[in-house]
Write a protein that binds this ligand. Sequence first.
Ligand code: SF4
Ligand code: SF4
Length: 449
Amino acid sequence: MSKITFAIGGVHPDDAKLARGCAIEVLPLPETMYVSMAQHLGAPAKPIVEVGDKVKTGQVIAEPGGFISAFVHSPASGTVKSIGPRKDLAGNPVTHIEIAVEGDEWVEGVDLSDTLVTEIPEDRAAILDKIKACGVVGLGGATFPTHVKLNPAPGSVAECLILNGAECEPYLTSDYRIMLERTKEIIVGAAIMQKVLGGCRTVIGIEENKPEAIEAMRKALTELPYSIEVLPLKKKYPQGGEKQLIQAVMHREVGSGGLPISVGAVVQNVATSLAVYEAVQKNKPLITNTLTITGNCLPVEKMHNYLFRIGMPLSYIAEYAGGVPEGAGKLISGGPMMGRAIANLDAATVKGSSSILYLTAESTRRGQESLCIRCGRCADACPMGLEPFLLRKLYFAGDVEGLEANAAQDCIECGCCLFSCPAYIPLLDHVRQAKGMAMAAIRARAAKK
Ligand code: SF4
Ligand code: SF4
């Protein structure tokens, strides 16, 4: 059993990887797709097509709206039907490009074959350009543009690239399936990023509850010419958190407000590595990802891991999988710990979509909230060393200075505090608000400088 893990806090929810045995299936194209302009961290992308334009699969349809932003490509061939606001997952209006799907005719120059390309290009700048042009963003949740993350500021040195294969959120199995089914492509993607970062130590961290993935990666590495190691990690939530992974692998702490590169680390998800492989070796833009249909009100035979095209409505995927199951009290995009409630099932999938999780009302019902008994369990569980009960108090008092002094801005919104609280206090809601207050003050100060 692996002992490698982060030092403080963490919890042990049931991993419920019920869809682990479901091989990836390719979803057929729907009649209409809706491509969001806000599917990455940073400024929204700007449409460069007009209503009535004919587009091909993989064609650029929107350009980055700023330095931290990303290109967006058409997920199918067809006609641009409209450009305008449409509700996202949370019900907020976001600009989408609506495409009437007429086929799947790709732009020229994309290698759609399964042939594995292992030779890595020499030119670092050309690799970064390709990753940028293909719209690759981090697929572990943050959707930060990958070409920016792989190009640290002058003076920063990457000492270790950590590939995140932890997939520590309960229920989710898409990373597990790609580690089994796209093993070598992920490894080549890691080797490409290793090259871009100057040849640093490269580690693939995988939780020990995925022994088949650990074995598949190790076997594939014996057949490939790269210097990359596989590190089994203890099963503990949130093992896949960026700062937690760095602590586990490098025994280094990222300081308050600091970036991983400040301690020499770059963390990329295994799905991002696959997207980097496809961009650099196949010239294929990021228009697909893998998503899990799962939950505690679905029989295993109705669970799936799907390869979806970005822009497919969630409702289309849900229908294709057999419809919303009876007894589903709550629908979540992402895992049960950090995922977001789906307020609008007609929302379009985005680059970072990872699941439709159906949970029974009973399993998500919170116990009757009572007064804090000062047991300290929330603080013991916090992997960032915060005191959630105190942050909550400071938040209700409107004490912004106190929130900053107690590092509310460092909360990673993992939900360990909520999971641990015997008084059923909605701590995650409160610490999210507290973090928002602290961040707003920090941003306002920075804007004045
Ligand atoms: S949600 Fe924030 S405060 Fe709560 S345990 Fe996670 S990091 Fe700590
Ligand atoms: S776990 Fe809940 S009851 Fe215990 S100190 Fe934290 S907020 Fe209070």
